[in-house]
Write a protein of this length. Sequence first.
Length: 140
Amino acid sequence: MIELDNRTDKSYNFSLLEQIADALTQQEIELILTDNTEIAEINQEFRNIDKATDVLSFPNDPFPGAPLGSIIISVDKVTSVARELGHSEDDEIALLFIHGILHLLGFDHEIDNGEMRHKEVELIEKFNLPKSLIVRTLEE
């Protein structure tokens, strides 16, 4: 189940995001939709990186009944990347949601041996989404 905190005026296909979440976990996930300004502030505060990013994930400490964690997505990035890559904003937010939820589940593309990227490919194919930059990079 997704607990949505939409801090924007944008609306997306949340039923697809629910399907993705249900395929991966039974735990609740907080999804925060925001803009580049707020995600840059969060990125600076928690990662000491002074710039906007597309998606951030914050896993919760595991305990019985706890939500899996929080995913924060910049709708500004969703709009610009979807336009750049020529697919819908619904597809782009689904791609970012997949990336975020995999981080909540413990995957880490920065230190693994490609496991996260392969899982992303599997989910992108399962949900018939366009190839993300990650998938395109793997194919090169």
